[in-house]
Design a protein around this ligand. Structure first.
Ligand code: GLN
Length: 544
């Protein structure tokens, strides 16, 4: 195919309408027709990346293979497309300004006054086109964060306007996602907010080619006609996005609405294929028809926010489908776990996952959770901080090093079983300075983790500053906490597991980032299987 085509997804009326899911669903349909597709997110905030954002602000920070700390939408893109994203797939206003200011300092603007137009808009245009440059993709979908009319979105909208003019109508397309609210008192769907939103877009010189309308009720033909005529789009380009039972239904819903067909027509691309969604639908079928249910306790300190552990929750869905079980997740706040509450809170669980995290708040509850799982033979998965807590618990209660801790929680601890990496000791800047991205790991033949992967060499994504302290390795191993995954270059321990336990694994890396619909993550598959076995044993025991 000659030129890369660009699709821009903008939002109107309200945030949280699911632009990321629409972008990912369209990308899935185009990919399933054989087009090489990628998705990019432009975020209008001034943080250089979301790595420094508290999960309460912006949900989970997603990490790519090349170590970029990115918006959680990139997780959706990877889960839907099964293709890696990279630093180039997430751009923020902070990063745009940083690079323009660095160029100015280097004297690259040759004495010119540096301005939002053209310098900031040019930088945005360059960043959009980076993904289309080396012939790797036929189609690049760019999702613009925020809603039209926001002050901070203006440079992005202007950059898109210029780019569409430069590329030509057959090479660039605007999809506008809006809300069509239902007024219960009037018993009607209302189109006016959408009309206003499209008008705001037009004031910035952009015409919506396709309208995707988020709605709680079916759009009638009348409503579609009204939206088409007042928003200046063809009726076939009015696409209904109705609330779905799961985000994984959205590609099929978009297929039914013909979003892919209108897109191809407008971009002058051949529409002589049908999307092959066999693998996708096989997953959906298993997800919707489970043979059994299990309950996993998710122990963390951001559990009241569903976006904070997004990738973990999605990985459960993928691995559940693979095992044909429904995974019910019981979110348990680690600050409320203690000796008095734990028996009651954990009584119905078939597995425990201790989540990643930072800082001291809630860690003692996490350690209690580990202890409970270890002593009750309850399947356990500890991720990053969760793995570190498993090492601390074992050191305290099995090695009897009562004051064992991580130097993150107690810098003066006598037994720093988890300690800051040497190269981290001089680091003072917070942004982008952790151990990030994919690192090699070698697994011990015959270990639980090796059996889960079915191989000994793996590469997994990291995001942390602290590490297992090798000074305690011999002692931990002798008492039954095995180090079964090691970084071959540095000798750092990446995986621990218990010798005498049905399934107790702690991983220093984040397996959840690599779980997708097409390839559910082996660690999650094995953990869910162990939890399923546990639940069956429990049932058999109660019947006996
Ligand atoms: N706070 C821990 C560290 O920096 C764990 C980080 C995490 O769980 N992602 O090492």
């Amino acid at each position: 195919m000659a030129e890369t085509k660009y699709i821009f997804v903008t939002g109107g009326v309200s945030s949280s309408l699911g632009k990321g899911i629409i972008a990912a669903s369209l990308a899935k349909l185009l990919q399933a027709r054989g087009f090489r597709t990628t998705i990019q997110k432009l975020d209008p905030y001034i943080n250089v990346d979301p790595g420094t954002l508290n999960p309460y602000e912006h949900g989970e920070c997603y990490v790519t293979e090349d170590g970029a700390e990115t918006d959680l939408d990139l997780g959706h893109y990877e889960r839907f497309l099964n293709v890696n994203t990279s630093q180039a797939n997430n751009v923020t206003t902070g990063r745009i300004y940083q690079s323009v200011i660095e160029k100015e300092r280097r004297g690259e603007f040759l004495g010119k006054t540096v301005q939002v137009v053209p310098h900031i808009t040019n930088e945005i245009k360059d960043r959009i086109q980076i993904l289309g440059q080396n012939g790797e993709y036929d189609i690049v979908i760019t999702e613009i964060g925020g809603t039209v009319g926001d002050i901070e979105s203006l440079p992005y909208i202007e950059a898109v306007r210029q780019l569409k003019w430069e590329l030509g109508d057959e090479n660039a397309l605007i999809i506008h996602l809006t809300l069509v609210p239902y007024l219960a008192a009037a018993g009607e769907l209302k189109t006016k907010p959408t009309q206003h939103s499209v008008k705001t877009l037009m004031e910035s010189g952009l015409k919506a080619d396709i309208l995707v309308c988020r709605t709680e009720h079916e759009l009638s033909d009348d409503i579609r006609r009204k939206l088409a005529i007042f928003c200046n789009v063809r009726q076939e380009a009015v696409i209904q996005s109705i609330d779905a039972a799961t985000i994984y239904d959205v590609p099929n819903l978009m297929l039914k609405e013909g979003l892919d067909t209108v897109t191809l027509k407008k971009l002058h691309l051949p529409d002589d294929t049908t999307p092959n969604l066999d693998r996708w639908n096989q997953f959906l079928d298993r997800h919707k028809n489970p043979k059994a249910e299990i309950t996993i306790g998710l122990i963390g300190k951001y559990v009241e926010l569903q976006d904070s552990y997004k990738s973990i929750l999605e990985a459960f869905i993928h691995a559940g489908a693979e095992n044909e079980v429904k995974v019910n997740v019981e979110s348990i706040h680690s600050e409320f776990i203690n000796e008095n509450t734990i028996d009651h809170k954990f009584a119905n669980l078939d597995g425990v996952l201790v989540a990643p995290g930072f800082g001291e708040r809630g860690v003692e509850g996490k350690i209690d959770a580990v202890k409970y799982a270890r002593e009750h033979n309850l399947p356990f998965l500890g991720i990053c901080l969760g793995m570190q807590m498993a090492v601390i618990e074992f050191a305290r209660n099995v090695l009897k090093l009562k004051t064992a801790n991580s130097t993150e929680m107690d810098p003066k601890t006598k037994h720093p079983v988890i300690d800051l990496m040497e190269e981290q000791k001089e680091v003072t800047h917070k942004g982008g300075t952790m151990r990030l991205g994919a690192w090699d790991c070698k697994l011990t033949e015959g270990s639980k983790i090796q059996k889960a992967y079915g191989k000994t060499e793996i590469k997994e994504r990291h995001r942390h500053r602290y590490e297992y302290n090798n000074k305690y390795k011999d002692e931990l191993e002798k008492s039954g906490m095995l180090s079964t995954g090691i970084n071959p270059e540095t000798g750092l321990v990446e995986v621990v597991e218990l010798k005498d336990h049905p399934w107790f694994v702690g991983v220093q890396y984040h397996p959840e980032y690599k779980s997708t619909v097409a390839t559910p993550h082996p660690v999650f598959i094995a953990f869910i299987k162990a939890a399923y076995d546990f639940s069956k044993n429990k049932e058999n025991a109660s019947l006996a």
